[in-house]
Design a protein. Structure first.
Length: 182
C-alpha cells in the first residue's frame, strides 16, 4: 500500500492500526481519538499505558485539539523547529484522551518532515499516534517487510522509505526547555 492511500480512513475509524515510515524508523500508529485503537496499540506493543504516546501531523493545526492553548512565544519556539525531527512535550488539553498522555498533564507532539508521514496525515486530514514499530524493548522496524514480520495481519503496513535520521526525534519539554532525549 502506498503512503498516499486515502482508503485508510475507514480502517482507522474502525480502530485499525497502521505502520508507516518516519524520520528514523517505521512508526506504529492509529487514530488518536479512538480509545479502542489506542488500547489495541498498547496491547500489541506490550507497552505500559503509563508511558503515553506522541502525535505527529503535517501541520500544527491538526495537533491543536490535543494541546492546551499556548502563548505566541511558545508556539513560535516550537514552529522554528518544524517541520523536523523535534518533538515537544506540551500541556495537554482537557479533551486529550488519558491513554495518549499516560495520565500526565502533557502530550508529546511533532510536525513531521518525513514526506510519507506528512502526506499520510494530510490525506487523512488528521494527526496520527506515532510510536516506534516494535514490541516493547525490541529495536524498531526499519522497513515494511520487517513490520509485516513483527506484526503480521494485525497492522496495515504503508510502503515507503524511512528518513536518514539514525536516532529518534529530539524530545524537549516546552515549559522548562529541558532536552529529555537528544
Amino acid at each position: 500500500m502506498s503512503c498516499g492511500a486515502t482508503n485508510l480512513r475507514a480502517h482507522l475509524r474502525r480502530g485499525g492500526l497502521i505502520a508507516y515510515p518516519t524520520e528514523s524508523c517505521y512508526g506504529l500508529g492509529c487514530d488518536p481519538r479512538n480509545p479502542r485503537a489506542l488500547k489495541r496499540l498498547i496491547r500489541l506493543k506490550g507497552r505500559s499505558a503509563a508511558k503515553g504516546m506522541l502525535l505527529i501531523a503535517d501541520r500544527f493545526k491538526r495537533l491543536q485539539a490535543f494541546v492546551r492553548p499556548l502563548s505566541a512565544p511558545d508556539r513560535a519556539r516550537m514552529q522554528r523547529t518544524w517541520p523536523g525531527p523535534v518533538t515537544w512535550v506540551v500541556p495537554a488539553s482537557a479533551a486529550c484522551p488519558p491513554l495518549l498522555t499516560g495520565g500526565r498533564p502533557t502530550i508529546a507532539v511533532r510536525v513531521t518532515a518525513q514526506a510519507c508521514a506528512a502526506r499520510l496525515c494530510r490525506s487523512l486530514g488528521m494527526a496520527l499516534v506515532s510510536t516506534s514499530a516494535n514490541k516493547s524493548g525490541q529495536p524498531p522496524a526499519k522497513s515494511a517487510a520487517e513490520c509485516r514480520r513483527i506484526f503480521g495481519a494485525q497492522v496495515r503496513v504503508i510502503e515507503g522509505r524511512i528518513g536518514q535520521r539514525r536516532r529518534p526525534s529530539t524530545l524537549i519539554d516546552l515549559s522548562t526547555g529541558t532536552v529529555l532525549r537528544p
